[in-house]
Design a protein around this ligand. Structure first.
Ligand code: DLZ
Length: 163
């Protein structure tokens, strides 16, 4: 696929990526809705391995919920050993405003960690109205956002104009 073609399913960007053999990745995974986040993790790992990443260059860290993703990402960033950090989570709308608070905090928190540390910290967090939408985006009819998150990390670490 050419870079200027319209992509209707962003999981396609995982098909044509450069090698990341010499880069180190941290993947932070929320245990909340772990049926979904495990699929996101599998998609992310598969993508990194397809780009020649080695197992010992990928650290996977689990946290209780998506709210903890920015906290863990910040602690990983401080180690100064990662080229990129990928955050994977799934926040599903409930009956209260909890969803909005967590989604906003996580998105802002991940951006802050990224800017503060000058490091790609990828937002691989599903924010859906229901479980069906989450299933569709974690290996279903709308692809796997874990693949897209890893592909984003690969593109960021290999972009010579920003590194
Ligand atoms: C508490 C909570 C709720 C209600 N829903 C979700 C969710 O849909 N997805 C998710 O990743 N985490 C959820 N959590 C847990 C919070 O992210 C967090 O772990 C707790 O509020 C403790 O800080």
């Amino acid at each position: 696929m050419k870079s200027n073609e319209k992509k209707t399913n962003l999981s396609d960007i995982g098909l044509d990526l450069p090698s990341v053999e010499n880069f180190k990745f941290g993947i932070v995974v929320s245990e909340w809705n772990n049926n979904i986040t495990n699929s996101l993790l599998n998609g992310a790992l598969e993508t990194l391995y397809n780009c020649k990443s080695k197992e010992n260059n990928i650290d996977v860290i689990f946290v209780p919920g998506s709210f903890e993703l920015p906290q863990a990402a910040e602690l990983l960033a401080r180690k100064n050993i990662y080229d990129a950090i990928i955050c994977l989570g799934c926040i599903i709308q409930g009956e209260t405003r909890h969803f909005e608070f967590i989604s906003t905090a996580v998105a802002n928190g991940i951006m802050k960690v990224s800017i503060k540390n000058g490091l790609p910290v990828v937002f691989g967090v599903l924010t859906t109205n229901n479980m069906e939408q989450a299933i569709d985006r974690s290996g279903g009819k709308h692809g796997n956002k874990g693949i897209e998150a890893a592909a984003t990390a690969v593109k960021m670490v290999t972009n010579e104009k920003i590194n």
